[in-house]
Write a protein that binds this ligand. Structure first.
Ligand SMILES: *Cc1c(COP(=O)(O)O)cnc(C)c1O
Length: 371
C-alpha cells in the first residue's frame, strides 16, 4: 500500500551551506590581478564559515602562497588536510603551545613584550616570529613606544626566536581612499626599518587585508592577507567578487491561508488576501538574523518571495502568493547567482550588518558541502 503512495512523498534535504571552490579561485585571481605581493589566504573563523580546509585548499590551488589563522591550534586541521604552505597565526587567544607550533610549522605573530618573553621561555626549537606593530587599531600589535624593547627582547632570545616578518593591520582600508591609510603605511615603514637596522632580514612585511589589497597598492608590501575577499566580500564595496557559498533548505510545510491570517510569534504579519505560505526549516539558531527589515526574501522556483512574520529559532515563513510549493521544494536563501537569489550583501542590508556576520553566523546544524 505504501508503495502506491511513494511517488507523492518528497524527500527533504537538510539545510546546507555549499562552498564553491571555483568562486574562491576566481577571487584569488582577482586579487592577483591587483598586486605583485604574495597572497595569504586568511581562513580564520572556519574560513569565514565556509570551512577552513575547503577555502584554504581552493585558495592555495589558485595561487595563495600562505595561510593565516587567528589561533595556532587551527593550523593542525590544515596540516592534517595536507596543506603544506607556510601558516601564520596571530592573536592566539589560548596562548601559544610551543610544541604544537613547531610540530605544525606555524609562524607566530607577536605584538607585546610579555608575549615574546613567554614564547622565548617556552620554545624548545626556534620559533619563527612576525613582529606585530600596532598601526592604528589598538587591538593587538605593539605600541610604537614599546617597539625598541620588543626588538631587544627578540635579540636576547636569539636561538629560540627567529624574527622573519613584520606585520601591521589597517584600521580604515574599507574607505577605499588611500589617504585613510597614510599614517598606518608610514608607521609600518618605520617599524620595518627599525627591524632591518637591528640586523634582521630578509623580512616578510605585510599590512593590508582584502580592502587594502583591492584598493591601495601602497599597503601591499611583500604580502597581502586576504580573508573576506576569498569568500566574495569586498569590505570597501568597490569591487564585485564572486559569492563563494550557497545556502539552501527545503520547504517543510506549505498551506493555503485566508486573508486575515496572522503569521508567527507576536502576530506581527497578517495576510491581506488569500495566499500560500511555505515554512523553511532554518531560523535564528542557524544564523538567520532575527532583525530583518521588510524586503527580505528567499528564492523558490525561480522567483523571490518575501519572508513574513518573525524569524523563529528553527524556521521562517515565506509568502509565495499565488504559487504553491510542495514540501521538499528547494529554497535558496543566498547564493552567487543574482536575480531572484539573494546575495550575502542583501542579507547584510536587511539585517543592518556587514556580510561577514551573515556568513560567519551560519550555525553548526547547517550541513556543509563542497560543489
Ligand atoms: C581578519 C584579518 C585579516 C583579513 O581581513 P579581510 O578584510 O577579511 O581580508 C587580515 N589580517 C588580520 C590581522 C585579520 O585579523
Amino acid at each position: 500500500m505504501t508503495l502506491l503512495l511513494a511517488p507523492r512523498l518528497s524527500r527533504l534535504h537538510a539545510p546546507t551551506l555549499t562552498t564553491l571552490p571555483s568562486a574562491i579561485a576566481a577571487n584569488v585571481e582577482r586579487v592577483r590581478s591587483t598586486t605583485d605581493a604574495r597572497i595569504m589566504a586568511v581562513v580564520k573563523a572556519d574560513g569565514y564559515g565556509h570551512g577552513a580546509v575547503a577555502v584554504a585548499t581552493a585558495a592555495v590551488a589558485a595561487g595563495a602562497e600562505w595561510l593565516g589563522v587567528t589561533d595556532a591550534a587551527d593550523a593542525a586541521e590544515l596540516r592534517d588536510a595536507g596543506l603544506d604552505v607556510p601558516i601564520l597565526a596571530w592573536l592566539n587567544p589560548a596562548g601559544v603551545d610551543a610544541v604544537q607550533v613547531s610540530r605544525d610549522r606555524v609562524d607566530v605573530a607577536v605584538g607585546s613584550v610579555e608575549e615574546l618573553r613567554q614564547l622565548a621561555a617556552d620554545a624548545m626549537t626556534p620559533v619563527r616570529v612576525h613582529l606585530h606593530m600596532d598601526t592604528g587599531m589598538s587591538r593587538g600589535g605593539c605600541p610604537v613606544e614599546d617597539w625598541a624593547e620588543l626588538l631587544r627582547v627578540a635579540r636576547a632570545a636569539q636561538g629560540r626566536i627567529e624574527v622573519v616578518g613584520v606585520m601591521g593591520h589597517l584600521p580604515r582600508a574599507d574607505e577605499a581612499d588611500p589617504r585613510a591609510n597614510t599614517a598606518a603605511v608610514l608607521r609600518m615603514r618605520h617599524a620595518r626599518d627599525a627591524v632591518l637596522r637591528a640586523g634582521y632580514g630578509p623580512l616578510l612585511v605585510h599590512l593590508g587585508a582584502t580592502a587594502g589589497a583591492l584598493t591601495d597598492p601602497s599597503t601591499h608590501f611583500d604580502l597581502v592577507r586576504v580573508g573576506a575577499g576569498l569568500v566574495g566580500i569586498d569590505p570597501s564595496g568597490t569591487v564585485s567578487l564572486d559569492g563563494a557559498s550557497r545556502l539552501t533548505a527545503s520547504v517543510v510545510h506549505s498551506s493555503l491561508v485566508r486573508a486575515g491570517t496572522s503569521v508567527g510569534y507576536g502576530e506581527t504579519y497578517v495576510t491581506r488576501h488569500e495566499t500560500n505560505l511555505s515554512v523553511i526549516g532554518v531560523g535564528y539558531a542557524d544564523g538567520i538574523p532575527r532583525e530583518l527589515s521588510e524586503g527580505a526574501g528567499v528564492e523558490i522556483g525561480g522567483s523571490r518571495h518575501p519572508i513574513v512574520g518573525r524569524v523563529s529559532m528553527d524556521q521562517i515563513v515565506v509568502d509565495t502568493g499565488d504559487r504553491a510549493f510542495p514540501r521538499g521544494a528547494t529554497a535558496t536563501l543566498f547564493g552567487p547567482e543574482g536575480g531572484a537569489v539573494p546575495s550575502v550583501q542583501e542579507w547584510a542590508r536587511w539585517a543592518q550588518t556587514i556580510p561577514h556576520t551573515i556568513v560567519t553566523g551560519i550555525g553548526p546544524r547547517v550541513q556543509r558541502s563542497r560543489a
